[in-house]
Design a protein around this ligand. Sequence first.
Ligand SMILES: Cc1ncc(COP(=O)(O)O)c(C=O)c1O
Length: 399
Amino acid sequence: MAIAPHIKEAMSGSSFIRKMFEDGIQLKKKFGEENVFDFSLGNPDLEPPEGVITAIKEEAAADVKGSHGYMPNPGYPETRAAIAKKISIEQNKQISGDNIVMSVGAAGALNSVFKAILSPGDEVIVPAPFFVEYRSYAANHGGKLIPVPTNDDFSLNINEIKKALSQKTAAVLINSPNNPTGKVYSDDDIIMLSDTLTAHGEACGRKPYLIADEPYRAIIYNDLHIAPVFQYYDDAIIVSSFAKDFSLPGERLGYIAVNPASSSAADVIAACGYATRVLGYVNAPAFFQRVIARCWDAKADYSSYVNRRNSLTAVLNKAGIPYAEPEGAFYLFCKVPERTVTEGEMTAGAFCDHLKKYNILGVPGAGFGKEGWFRLAYCVSEKTIVKSEAAFCKARKEW
Ligand SMILES: Cc1ncc(COP(=O)(O)O)c(C=O)c1O
């Protein structure tokens, strides 16, 4: 018996971040943990905030009978109401729990939304670079991801989006702060995008959804803010999770919020609940839904990400490796430097292989839809970053 050929092909093309992570484990075994500079995985290393730990303990101690059973597919009403409060604050617009579906992480949320809105052959436009898994998530539901270039500073290029829009466009998917660039899209850009989508909908009779994937919303620098998409576009859907802001990626709790101003809001919510069921998730994890209902507004301190961003950019400045200054999240998107010593490929794959010889692990940009660049995730210890300086300098010098 064999696995399906298209799955075999998809596996070999999309599992390079995991491969880097596994290479890192091998290198650490060989050279010792402290001598490997593993910037491959966006696995937050902060502990969850105090308020979350307290809520976990309180919920475990509550010992309420019958609290481990199934609940309605969209989630507990009290958790949906809590998330609605959170979204109401973020969007400065009143949202009710009826507009929320709890999900298995932001990944589960995206899969439920795509299952709900995509017909075979439909397209999802995404500004590149983008989170690697989007391609698979769209394909899972018969859709096709259509990457479009961004501007040199990774801001939205509305003209490129305009050119890609067609009768087949079901949605435009944005992610701010962005993985892998850390770019935050401005309100003006979101307003321009909304106007473009509205005009396209009027001209062709099919108005695309605007899906905002926001798991890094809270991790933001320089007093910036994330544009409230519900204020600017009726047919907007937010997907998010507590994986990154509360450092809970393994607990798999996320949500979908549909703008009540959308004429299809009730249908989309019902379809996302149905999708959650038939995709086999059935419902978001029960225990963590109840935990989050208690602590959704817990305060977290992200100052160490800012410090680590500053430390890593100082290291790269010293080594002479160019990068885009991130405005949020915990990724640094870096440009493959010019070769000065050896001749050969200028691809990020070649440069990441070169870095590996100095025990530095980064992820090539091709999978994110941007060749010539690579990603470093700086949710690693300050000590690792500081100690990586000599390795980066040597690697750069010998490239
Ligand atoms: C942009 C983006 N969206 C979605 C996800 C998936 O998040 P979750 O772990 O909540 O499913 C990730 C995870 O890294 C991500 O970076």
